[in-house]
Design a protein around this ligand. Sequence first.
Ligand code: DGJ
Length: 727
Amino acid sequence: MKLIKTILSVVFLQGVQFFAFSEEISIETSNTLMLLERVEGDTLKFVYYGPRLDRIDQDRLLREKDPSIVLYGYPVFGTSDGAPYAMQMEHADGNQTLDLKVTGIDRRPDGSVDINMADRLFPVSVKLRYKPYEGSDVIESWVEVKNGEEGAVRLHRFDSSFLPIEQGDVWLSRLHGDWASEATLVEEPLRPGMLQIKTTDGARSSHYARPEVMISLDGKPCENKGRTIGAALEWSGNFSLRFDTESRRVHRFFAGVLAEPSGYVLDPDSVLVLPRVAYTYSRNGKGGVSRNFHSWAKTEGKVYRTDRPRDILLNSWEGVYLNIKEPVIEKMVNDWSALGGELFVLDDGWFGDKYPRNVDNSSLGDWRTDRRKLPHGIEGLIKTTQDKGMKFGLWIEPEFTNVRSKLYETHPDWVLRAGGRPLRYGRGGTQMILDMTNPEVRDFVVNLVDSLLSGHPEIAYLKWDCNTFLLNYGSSSLPADRQTNIYFDYHKGLTDALKRIRAKHPDVAIQNCGGGGGRYNYGLMPYFDEFWVSDNTDAWQRVFIQWGASMFYPPHVMGQHVSASPSHQTGRIIPMKFRFDVAMSGRLGMEMLPSAMTETERDFARKAIANYKEIRPLIQNGEQYRLLSPYGDSGMASMEYLSADGSEAILFAYKMKHYQNQVIPRFRLVALDPDAIYSVEELNIYPGVGRQVADGEKYSGRYLMENGLRLSMGSEYSSSLIRLKRL
Ligand code: DGJ
């Protein structure tokens, strides 16, 4: 007891001292504040992240030192007092420790802050960077490391950011999955011990786990209430989000590139810029966090060109797969235009002159039209499509090759391979990944996309796919002592290539596809207009998959396609109306042979597409509120989209469970004007399926929010799309 008292009083004394020498560092958005402090001995402390504070409260926080813990702003191995750390560096002389002091703080007029830190012994520096986005309440935090030593240093751990979170009834929402079940929501309380969310795929960030989380501070996560933090790592490769809870007081959250198994070797005089972590905070639950991310993505260039409308497309994949034949494709194009389509996308199978791509085991890299399948080339198809007043798009998978390809025969050294070991193959038993750490390979990728687009300036859309993970860990372009950099440098190389492509082709729309939804992330989305959410187009399961994706990404950048019934993935038979109602909540498309539809279905599709054109601005520019969760007990799922001026809203409602004596909940809207009167109109009426509301019925906003709309939702796979207009 006596000993504890002594320690406390010493710390208290220090507390008085560092109050005297402290320098406050605040990063602010419209509604939030992140607060750090430079204290005695130029140490950096993390103080606070949450809503903006009055001066009086901020001062109290800075004074109020809890002597039981020491929190570093960016804890490093060697001086974090045994606590978990964000960075470990092995110096050129073998020393394994870091001891950072603050050397200066740069504040910019836009509110950005750089905290410059340097090791007290070695000439290495670590710059902590913070960038606030005022309107969307997002703060980015990341690190730049500079090696000023004579030899290379080795980073064994290099997280981009550290955030301590006070313990309490704290819950984590994260997204987990697999091919065809991406972004499945998992929610659990944070407990003592370590929870690491990570990916080791190498090429794709997120088939299994996703690099974004939400942290609910007020117990079980709710959609529209509760203090909630969101974090998204802006990185396309292997990542680690780690919650390390040792002491009773805080959960320590670390986010960054996964350092296992290799770490990073940083050359003398070089700077390593680590990926950014975007944080946001809302007191309006998960929905508030999502809306912040949506607004940030839309207004800050975090998704490419969110200002332009996304075209309604027909993709050939589930219609014909690799079995491309010119007359069939031309018929698809014609049928699509008759339905009101705007863009036709020719998927996999169109290329391969020496080796035809009839099976998914050849030809990647040989990006020349297979004239046996398309005698008039893609030029012919482009013309057919344009003659119908539509745009043309094309599938590519530029980072890959196959054993049976001219590319691999010519450049066997361009693939990643682990020294003399036999190659391991991905998709089709022959697919290999090109070495994007190699500048020559990057030039090849850039030139191939450039020559496709420059040779066919009519191509308005590319689908950039990635179907195999990074299998063979070894690069012939990196020196023997830099092999550990492959995972990081691959993605740096990919991003460099994308930047060069974007500089030359700013107007082409590009979809990010990762063998389904395995590769969308905020590291890549600044270069992509949209992403493919999943290869699972079963509309019922898509409600869950899209729900997960919408937690961090705005709906109109989510590719959502109506496909055939029975579903090719699950065999489920789902009515066409449900399929359209689900696809229309994002970027609408179709992925089937229009000729396989009945006349009634085609007629319905034509009207639904026309409806979508009308509601598209609201899907794109409105705010999304998730209402009834498919994960909940109501047996329903519903979402609302509200226009910026509140004058219009759309309600999507889906029946997810169906059984006798089922209680159908009312669909309560949110964020309407309680005193305004709204008229309702039901869209997408399918012949023979009853209306759920009478068109022109009027309700007050208060009624809609407190009592809610009564919809019958009687049959299995019942769904409803209601437009509300403020009178
Ligand atoms: C995986 C994608 O997710 C599919 O949509 C399709 O493009 C195939 N690849 C083509 O190989």
